[in-house]
Design a protein. Structure first.
Length: 395
């Protein structure tokens, strides 16, 4: 039995694609191959050993996922916007409200259970003012975590849960009357599975810091909700693994998929259409969840200091006067195409205070790509042209 057949059989046993197993084997051969060769292993022996080690790694990871209550789903992210910093937004809003509120308004907020206030006694203690079932009024010697200062005399925290002393199970609710975290990040993404089901994936805390690639197929372990349409990321478990072979399971290319009836993405002709779209839908129920997709053309590519790139995209219609849209690409997603490549941009539109129509990018897909010349080719061509010029000058 050759190694190719071994990979096929092992992948079937592990319930993964042969391509995914091959990718893991390739990584192991690159990392461990030289050591195995120095130990006297032949090329075939090294590959067989890599298959065995890869199989054990995958099997161990699968067991860890089962213990964590997670399951792997396959497909691709079609919209993965920046995380929302709900805690920061809420605290800044409440801080602004409290700064302008009189004593009566502040007392009303305390009695409603919205906030807990602390007045500095300037003797090492603070007077805590809270709703009766949160402890009422008392003196404390230190401020709780997540407390924010309004001024030198007053501090506060936003109450995490003011309504439910217990969970539905009857257990005590640790959020009741306690400070809501100021650092409360959440990223809500849309994931299209290979069987054309749309899953909303929510990630919080550290898991929300991960920017997943869009329109790149692969698998990700998540904890599925009871409704089957919402899933939750688990820190250090929900790691996206690329598998390009899964793209063959979709019936068409992304630009056609997003136009399907069951996909909640509105296809527009260009950036010029964002203005009328905003005027039509702004303020309607569900407006903040509306996602649009716009075909565009890359007209410039700028390098970033962190190794990434900025794709400057413009309307395909040359007569369009709509402003360009910048797409920020991380260093871990290399740009292997040139200016003139088409780019489908997915995101949400909004209007600035200067009355300019903008678009926040949550996903992108390059198509009709123009191959880029690598740096060495450009340098060789440049050196060759200089050589020709010098020869002509010499002649």
């Amino acid at each position: 039995m050759n190694n190719e057949q071994t990979i096929t059989n092992v992948a079937k046993t592990l319930n993964v694609t042969p391509e995914a197993l091959k990718e893991r084997v390739a990584i192991l051969l690159e990392e461990q191959g030289p050591a195995w060769t120095n130990a006297g292993k032949s090329e075939d022996d090294c590959e067989l050993l890599a298959i065995r080690v890869a199989a054990r790694q995958i099997n161990t990871e699968a067991a860890r996922l089962r213990r964590a209550g997670a399951e792997a789903i396959e497909g691709m992210f079609i919209h993965s916007p920046r995380p929302k910093e709900w805690g920061k937004i809420l605290y800044n809003k409440m801080s602004k409200q409290l700064r302008t509120a009189d004593e009566g308004a502040r007392t009303a907020l305390v009695e409603s259970g919205a906030v807990v206030l602390f007045e500095n006694n300037h003797d090492g203690t603070w007077t805590k003012m809270a709703r009766d079932d949160f402890g009422g009024q008392s003196d404390v010697t230190e401020l709780p975590r997540n407390t924010m200062n309004i001024d030198e005399n007053t501090s506060f925290f936003v109450v995490w849960d003011k309504s439910n002393p217990t969970f539905p199970s009857g257990d005590a609710n640790f959020k009741f009357g306690k400070a809501r975290p100021q650092d409360e990040r959440e990223r809500t993404s849309l994931f299209l599975t290979t069987d054309m089901k749309l899953v909303t994936i929510k990630a919080q805390g550290k898991a929300a810091d991960i920017q997943h690639p869009t329109f790149v197929t692969g698998t990700i372990p998540v904890r599925m909700g009871q409704n089957g349409t919402t899933a939750y990321c688990k820190p250090e478990v929900s790691v996206f693994t690329t598998d390009e072979s899964l793209s063959n399971k979709y019936p068409s290319a992304p630009i056609d998929l997003l136009g399907m009836e069951d996909i909640p993405v509105d296809m527009l002709d260009g950036f010029d259409a964002l203005t009328s779209y905003y005027d039509t839908h702004n303020g309607q129920p569900g407006w903040w969840d509306k996602i649009v997709a716009v075909p565009s053309e890359v007209i410039h590519i700028d390098p970033r200091d962190n190794g990434g790139m900025v794709l400057v995209c413009a309307d395909l219609d040359i007569t369009s006067t709509a402003p360009t849209v910048d797409v920020y690409v991380g260093a871990d997603h290399p740009v292997d195409f040139a200016v003139g490549t088409k780019c489908l941009i997915v995101g949400q539109t909004w209007r600035s205070q200067e009355n300019e129509q903008r678009m926040s990018v949550g996903g992108w897909w390059a198509y009709d790509m123009i191959e880029s010349m690598d740096m060495e080719s450009n340098l060789d061509a440049h050196s060759e042209s200089i050589g020709v010029m010098e020869m002509k000058d010499y002649e």
